[in-house]
Design a binder for this molecule. Structure first.
Ligand code: FAD
Length: 408
């Protein structure tokens, strides 16, 4: 392989480029991204950056000089519009073409749009990119009442930042609890209480039927049960869809994500895919409703897949087998998740001091651990899941049981 082209200059695409150079790849390396900025981290967009505690420079994965020094041709503001698999070249939005020996798709996801009338009114916003975050930082300056649609990670992080600024925040959620797709009822319950103490109001089991406006601006949210909630700003956080059209149009298999095998290859051996946009086989997903293939949206997954692929392309192929982990900061609380829980997994509570962890079991096996202000439990959980060492529910619940000793 002499030339590698990476589509998408986000967390995964950047990591693949950096790891390829670290592993000694000496060929040509092009990193194409449609966003204007240098590759940056998204997590602070809904946390420190939104709260004004860090600036745009603080988000960058590397400063500008890094790219020239490592001969990474970063082309910002450029979109790949088609893949010519027979000729092995991509078509660019600026009219040019670029040849590759190996192509890496790291196109990430985009926000799901709220499918109701009024969703395009001014004052209805989403949060995915630095541009979105800049627009939101300005927008929250002049408002008082905020409605967040969706009690997922980003909606709750946003709600926490706004509540801390003294704004009136209501979160509308279709499910009966917060973060319902991802965490145990016990964890949802704790976070609902944290947010309510900070002044956030919740409406559960509530569907949004329309956004009402005046003069082109959103003024209220209408719910299925007939309520109209006044809002100066609406943040929609109802999940994402993978950017898989480029792959699908090139005839690659897609199904809620670009399909890849255990070494992150697509059905074309000259094309691999990594990060939020891929569905891959994982032992951690065994017994989950979707079968043993998953699509994961996390920094850990983007970074570890970038590294795994770079290793394969430089002669050290290995199956991708990293333990999934994730974090979210909501106000002063930190939630860390190791592993992958399915909705029906059992919960065992372990409480020590102010924090606690919920250990999830699928059958007899530990599937995931949700730790709230318990970083030591989280680190032990990552090691336990990696090794596959057995932990019983009784041990998990016993605060005197030495988790760390078992894990090491
Ligand atoms: P992305 O980082 O989304 O990068 C994909 C890039 O590809 C984008 O820049 C996109 O514009 C570009 N692109 C797409 N198609 C094309 C094309 N055809 N041509 C050129 N460029 C293209 N994860 C955590 O683990 N913890 C957190 O606390 C956390 N907080 C988050 C907060 C926010 C607000 C957001 C949005 C995400 C958060 N995440 C968090 C998730 C994490 O940021 C993602 O999992 C990670 O960025 C995925 O990396 P990626 O490279 O796969 O996709």
């Amino acid at each position: 392989v002499e030339s590698i082209v990476i589509v998408g200059a986000g967390q995964a695409g950047f990591q693949a480029a950096a790891s390829l150079r670290e592993a000694g790849f000496a060929g040509s390396l092009t990193l194409i991204g449609e966003e204007a900025a240098l590759p940056y981290q998204r997590p602070p967009l809904s946390k420190a950056y939104l709260a004004g505690k860090t600036d745009a420079r603080g988000l960058l994965l590397r400063q500008e000089s890094y790219f020239a020094e490592h001969r990474i041709d970063h082309r910002s503001g450029t979109r790949v519009t088609a893949i010519g698999r027979a000729e092995r070249r991509v078509q660019l939005s600026d009219g040019g073409h670029l040849a590759y020996d190996h192509l890496i798709l790291a196109t990430g996801t985009r926000n799901r749009a709220l499918p109701v009338p009024g969703a395009d009114l001014a004052g209805v916003r989403q949060l995915r990119s630095l541009d979105d975050a800049d627009a939101l930082r300005t927008a929250i300056e002049g408002v008082r009442r905020i409605v967040v649609v969706g009690a997922g990670f980003i909606g709750l992080e946003f709600a926490a930042v706004c509540a801390a600024r003294g704004l009136a925040v209501t979160v509308i959620e279709a499910a009966e609890r917060v973060m319902a797709r991802a965490v145990a009822p016990e964890t949802s319950e704790a976070f609902r209480a944290f947010h309510e103490e900070a002044g956030v109001r919740f409406l559960f089991g509530a569907g949004v039927t329309a956004i009402e406006g005046e003069g082109g601006r959103a003024t209220a949210i209408r719910t299925a049960d007939g309520q109209s909630l006044p809002a100066d700003l609406v943040l929609v956080g109802i999940g994402v869809v993978p950017n898989q059209e480029l792959a699908a149009e090139a005839g690659l298999a897609v199904r809620d994500g670009i399909e890849v095998d255990a070494v992150l290859a697509t059905d074309d051996p000259a094309i691999s895919a990594i990060g939020d946009c891929v569905r891959f086989p994982s032992r951690f997903a065994a017994g989950m409703p979707g079968g043993d293939r998953v699509r994961i949206e996390s920094v850990q997954n983007a970074v570890d897949q970038g590294r795994c692929l770079a290793a394969r392309l430089t002669g050290r192929a290995a199956a991708y087998d990293a333990v999934p982990w994730f974090w979210t900061d909501q106000g002063p609380r930190k939630l860390q998740i190791a592993g992958l829980a399915a909705p029906g997994d059992a919960s065992v509570l372990r409480r020590i001091g102010a924090g606690f962890s919920v250990f999830r079991f699928r059958g007899a096996a530990l599937s995931a651990v949700e730790s709230v202000d318990r970083p030591a439990d989280h680190m032990a959980a990552r090691r336990l899941l990696a090794s596959g060492k057995a932990l019983t529910p009784e041990q998990a619940a016993d605060p005197s049981f030495d988790l760390k000793a078992l894990a090491t």
